[in-house]
Design a binder for this molecule. Structure first.
Ligand code: ADP
Ligand code: ASP
Ligand code: MG
Length: 405
């Protein structure tokens, strides 16, 4: 009998009716003769609500207790769904992260799954049970409850699929698959039938929330085939995420992604001498501030340079404080910041073989009078930083310029 993993996200289990609907999807799958392990998210809004509660207690809420608190949302769903399945005449049980165990390492709030003990799950599957596992949670070597970062249930599903050697990992969500861009802001967005791990990883990292990026990375490393499908139309084919050699490309660009949580920082008039870049970025790195795009303009006349880079908006205050403290060391003239920016990216393995993609992108944006602040590229993506107010226009413009409409 074939084993599959089915994961249901927050909106899919948002209320009792939806949990009953999810149970029906599982019952139908069970009738097809599969062994089924399920990963569930917290009911929509619950995790955010728990975050708010932690903030109401303290701005310095204990990281260990934060994980105990946040993981409770998934636990509730796993019990509700298991009991609902039992009520429908299916053998089912919940298995919490620590009971399996799903072992994690790294810091609280943002741990990584390092192992999933498949034995007790397999015993239950072999006993004809549907096993319902709360996503997002695990247990550390020190036997403390851990969580693996927001949106982490996708990664739990992939880890479980790998541990059980499942034939496939089905991610059920509130859209019919991975689209050429976020269907919430572009009605021309089209469902993608097949997308490679590399492209999905870029899309996810660059803002396509439909799959959490570390889950895609894990799937790619372990060859776990993913199907993204809709909980509300489970009969429809979704999107398959798989190895690149199983896809033929007929488009230069596969998708357009965007993020609206960046901030731009510019140090004006930095002395142009060796060691300056290192002096700027080392203290940021020491404080775990991730720097994304970087540009440096050299001015031949003044022996000075401007350094511009982007960081997550949440890190802006911390960054300003750190750079403020470096003024005398680095000797820059001015620090300016802008948090009303967004990053728009085009992603596609097809761009490796087609020249002129960057020109086409810049030209399309220019035709709408959208100013580009910073550019960064990799083999299969080009990202530009623009004024946040132009986000939707830029996404729609690029979507149509690259014939994705
Ligand atoms: P879940 O709660 O099931 O994990 P998420 O909210 O995390 O669901 O992800 C699904 C959402 O991702 C969609 O509702 C949509 O708003 C957003 N999204 C962003 N980019 C894309 C894209 N390219 N394709 C599909 N959905 C996208
Ligand atoms: N409930 C967690 C979150 O909202 C994990 C998840 O849903 O994937 O981030
Ligand atoms: Mg999600």
């Amino acid at each position: 009998m074939t084993t599959i993993v089915m994961k249901f996200g927050g909106t899919s289990v948002a209320n009792i009716d939806r949990i009953k609907n999810v149970a029906d999807i599982i019952v139908n799958k069970k009738k097809e003769g599969f062994k089924i392990a399920v990963i569930v998210s917290a009911m929509a809004g619950v995790t955010n609500d728990l975050v708010d509660k932690s903030k109401a207690i303290s701005s310095n809420f204990s990281n260990e207790e934060y994980d105990v608190l946040l993981s409770s949302g998934e636990q509730v769903t796993s019990a509700l769904l298991s009991a609902c399945l039992i009520d429908k005449g299916i053998k089912a049980r919940s298995m919490l992260g620590w009971q399996i165990p799903i072992v994690t390492e790294g810091q609280h709030k943002n741990s990584r799954i390092v192992s999933v003990n498949s034995k007790p799950i397999l015993e239950n599957l072999n006993n004809d049970h549907v096993v319902v596992v709360p996503g997002f949670q695990g247990v550390s070597e020190k036997l403390r409850i851990s969580t693996i970062g927001r949106g982490g249930s996708d990664a739990s599903a992939v880890a479980l699929a790998k541990a059980l050697d499942a034939e496939r990992c089905e991610i059920y969500t509130d859209v019919e698959g991975v689209f050429t861009t976020n269907p919430d802001i572009c009605d021309q967005a089209k469902k993608i039938e097949k997308i490679s791990y590399d492209e999905m990883l870029e899309m996810a990292t660059l803002g396509a929330k439909v799959m959490q990026s570390s889950s895609v990375q894990k799937a790619m490393m372990n060859d776990v085939e993913i199907y993204v499908k809709s909980t509300f139309a489970p009969e429809k084919d979704g999107t398959q995420i798989l190895a690149e050699d199983k896809i033929s490309y007929d488009k230069v660009i596969t998708g357009v992604a965007y993020t609206r949580d960046d901030a731009k920082v510019t140090l004006v008039g930095v002395k142009d001498k060796p060691g300056v870049a290192s002096a700027i970025f080392k203290p940021l790195n020491d404080q775990n501030i991730v720097v994304d795009m970087i540009v440096q303009n050299i001015s031949a006349e003044t022996q000075k340079t401007d350094v511009t880079f982007t960081i997550k908006r949440d890190d802006l205050k911390k960054t300003e404080t750190i750079l403020g403290g470096l003024k005398s060391d680095i000797g820059y003239d001015k620090l300016s910041t802008d948090n009303k920016v967004s990053k728009i990216s085009i992603v596609g393995a097809g761009m490796i073989t087609y020249p002129g993609v960057a020109f086409k992108m810049f030209n399309a944006l220019a035709s709408k009078n959208i100013n580009i602040l910073v550019i960064s590229t990799s083999e299969i993506k080009i990202s530009v930083l623009i004024d946040d107010k132009n986000t939707e226009l830029a996404v729609k413009t690029l979507h149509s310029a690259f014939e994705l409409d």
